[in-house]
Design a protein around this ligand. Structure first.
Ligand SMILES: Cc1cc2nc3c(=O)[nH]c(=O)nc-3n(C[C@H](O)[C@H](O)[C@H](O)COP(=O)(O)O)c2cc1C
Length: 182
């Protein structure tokens, strides 16, 4: 697919069909992430792929709990029983991009990898959305351990992917140039 088309028409998707993403497409998304530029070419990003819908739903509940959205009226046990996944929008695929906590460029590097991945996904006919709210999972080291993220790593870019129920309308955005010096 044409790069201009991907850049212009990619939008965040928050409603997904109940359909798994094919393995070849997941591999292609990961490869696109790995091709991003990184400070000193250190490629510090690490990818955690979660296809297990139940696990994604549990992570959604945990993220909400860490954000303080659960506790007042809703008890954790009730929330775990509830079917809704408000953080990850019932997406069939979650890819968490993490990096070493002490890497000062990690936020930028993982963000660049994330954009490559979301553009690649669009080119493959998949919707995506960056889920910054899921960074709240960093508050609970046990959860990170459970999904295989080492102690010295932190979640930087949680990303969801899947086939959209419908595509959001493309938007027009104008560059805001502070000054053009000739
Ligand atoms: C760092 C970052 C964090 C974001 N976190 C969330 C989030 O937690 N939940 C969500 O629904 N969208 C999230 N988004 C998506 C933005 O809301 C979205 O990119 C923005 O509204 C522009 O819309 P577009 O992606 O359709 O162009 C996030 C995007 C970025 C870049």
């Amino acid at each position: 697919m044409d790069l201009d088309d991907c850049i212009k028409n990619r939008r965040s998707v928050r409603d997904y069909l109940d359909k798994q993403v094919e393995k070849e497409k997941i591999d292609a998304i990961l490869s696109a992430g790995a091709m991003a530029p990184s400070a000193r070419d250190t490629q510090q990003w690490r990818f955690t792929v979660v296809e297990d819908r139940e696990r994604i739903r549990m992570l959604s509940v945990e993220a909400k709990r860490n954000l303080g959205l659960i506790g007042k009226g809703l008890q954790l046990a009730e929330a775990l029983k509830a079917r809704e996944d408000t953080i990850f929008y019932n997406a069939p695929l979650l890819i968490i991009v993490s990096a070493k906590k002490d890497d000062k460029w990690a936020g930028i590097d993982c963000g660049l990898a994330a954009q490559n991945m979301m553009l690649k996904a669009y080119g493959l006919g998949l919707g995506s959305c960056y889920i910054g709210l899921a960074n709240s999972l960093n508050k609970d080291s046990k959860i990170l351990k459970d999904i295989g993220i080492p102690d010295d790593y932190a979640i930087i870019s949680p990303l969801i992917f899947g086939y959209p129920v419908k595509w959001p309308e493309p938007k027009t955005r104008k560059p805001q140039v502070l000054k053009w010096i000739k």
